[in-house]
Design a protein around this ligand. Sequence first.
Ligand code: NAD
Length: 361
Amino acid sequence: MRYEIAVIPGDGIGPDVVREALGVLDAVGARFGREFRFTSNLMGGAAIDAEGVPLPASTLAACRESHAVLLGAVGGPKWDALPGAKRPEAGLLGIRSGLGVFANLRPAFMFPELAAACPLRPDIVSGGLDILIVRELTGGIYFGERGRSSDGLSAWDTERYSRSEIERLLEVAFEAARDRNKKLCVVDKANILESSRLWREVAASVAPNFPSVELSFMYVDNCAMQLVRNPRQFDVIATSNMFGDILSDEASMLTGSIGMLASASLGDGGPGLYEPIHGSAPDIAGQDKANPLATILSAAMLLRYSLHLEDEAKAVEKAVASVLAKGLRCADIKSGAASERVLGTRAMGKAVVDEIREARS
Ligand code: NAD
């Protein structure tokens, strides 16, 4: 079988880091006998320059026809003066809604070698961190009815969820927990919010389909505190759009640099969208300074969630861990220790590729 992957390098460091992730996927293909076919597509500032729009119809069509989409990042000062709907970031919103990717998976994974980059006390994170936040991405208060009174003195935003929106998100979260460490914590505010009480009802109704998963509930204020008090208690956290937005930023900071964090956005059987959580970093674009590991780890998520190639995904993650264990670092994750060697974007990508190749021999 040939796997079709739509690639959107984007702007700034996007092309730098995507290039390295594609090299890693090629190495995975060679090692495991898989055929990946990449198509390059325009989005963001690059698309505005070439075609006048941030998300050309041809890009969305190519993404829809693929098994998965790998995205770098979009945006930059060149396009900052454009009105909202014409900016590169409009392409991002357009592709997320165009692909119907309602579940955003953000792993907060700390490689033990990078423990020094964690702002928590070493004893709190000793043994590492491995949390997956599954955030609802296309509903809730960010999409609910909003408005202002005619006198302008009051305003409202509405948190509204349907049973089906919650159910499809929780199924993704239960599946992830089943395939990981078998614990799912649904985070809500069910002591106050009616919509949260519906989340609990739906979670209880989905749970019997996943008997191996231990389900628990936690209020969001407590979860915010527990993430810094004892983050190792969590495996998978499932939550609404706004709570997930806030908690995933909190959790990501626990693991160190933005240059390490991957993400996946999944829909209902269509292609998933995989991207690093960082932006286009125009300050270091094209200078061989960007850390490509977040994009390489996003490619590992692509292998796992869209192509169901678990061994291949693990091989990529293991290669990244080996590279870090050897003391190889990009500038954003260096601690200054004498045992470290600082590499540029290309050399870091090559180091991961070499690990994958060497593991074969
Ligand atoms: P940013 O994430 O691009 O950069 C923030 C800081 O982190 C910068 O100092 C940058 O050099 C550094 N950084 C980011 N990624 C790095 C990497 N892989 N390796 C090493 N250092 C890295 O955020 P920003 O500066 O707020 O935004 C820059 C542009 O990116 C803006 O146009 C913004 O709209 C866009 N943006 C795009 C996305 C996306 O495409 N998903 C997300 C966020 C921001």
